[in-house]
Design a protein around this ligand. Structure first.
Ligand code: CTP
Length: 211
């Protein structure tokens, strides 16, 4: 299988020295890429800025912004059998990207943000019947309901929902728990474990169970 995986945060520049980003470490996406390589698949890893080493056998595409990730993913989508969007793509970016460093003044500063492309939603509109599209949902509340809503809205085959805002799971942690939900309504709870083990379980499910 040709597996396209995204990982890490994006950085949305304010000026040449500042950006808006999030706490994504890329660990879950990199663990998925490593597991997919170990299972013998062809893997393309589109990665935002992280400090992890990628699996040697994967093709690595480094990006910074949501716009760069959009281009990198859309141009490789048609050749992919399985697409897993594990990246924490910024939903908004500063409307004006200043070419010179912003100088402070005494008063408050208001930044105007504009929406980025929802890559996963765009992939959902282009999905072929032979492609499997997997999204992630990071939630602090109403995990299952919110994730199921995203699965339907974005035309996904699977969504991996996990809780964020707790020290032992989500973003920077080495461990995570997840609920994997299929288009058909299958709900599979995966208990707290190392992200590397969780990645293998997620891949096994999406490759063996019809969504
Ligand atoms: N995603 C994307 N492009 C974006 C934002 C998110 O492809 N611009 C993908 C993520 O990679 C992830 C899923 O969409 O697979 C997350 O869905 P999203 O609706 O963005 O959820 P949240 O980021 O949790 O945002 P919110 O709950 O505010 O809707």
């Amino acid at each position: 299988m040709r597996v396209l995986i995204t990982a890490g945060p994006t950085r949305e520049p304010i000026d040449p020295v500042r950006f808006i980003s999030n706490h994504s470490s890329g660990k879950m996406g990199y663990a998925l890429a490593k597991s997919a390589v170990a299972m013998g698949h062809d893997v393309i890893l589109v990665s935002g800025p992280v400090t992890l080493s990628p699996p040697e056998q994967a093709e690595l595409v480094r990006v910074q912004t949501a716009a760069e990730m959009t281009d990198a993913v859309l141009s490789r989508y048609d050749n992919a059998d399985i697409i897993i969007m594990a990246a924490a793509v910024a939903d908004y970016r500063p409307k004006d990207h200043l070419s010179q460093k912003l100088k402070k003044s005494d008063g408050d500063l208001t930044l105007v943000l504009e929406r980025t492309t929802d890559i996963l939603a765009e992939l959902g509109t282009r999905k072929r019947a032979d492609q499997c599209l997997v999204g992630f949902a990071a939630e602090t509340e109403n995990l299952r309901e919110n994730a199921q809503g995203k699965l339907t809205r974005k035309n996904l085959d699977w969504i991996v929902a996990n809780r964020v805002g707790q020290a032992d799971r989500g973003f920077a942690a080495d461990t995570n728990a997840a609920t994997v939900i299929s288009r058909r309504g299958d709900v599979i709870d995966l208990p707290l474990t190392r992200k590397t083990d969780l990645a293998r379980e997620i891949l096994k499910i999406i490759m063996s169970v019809a969504p």
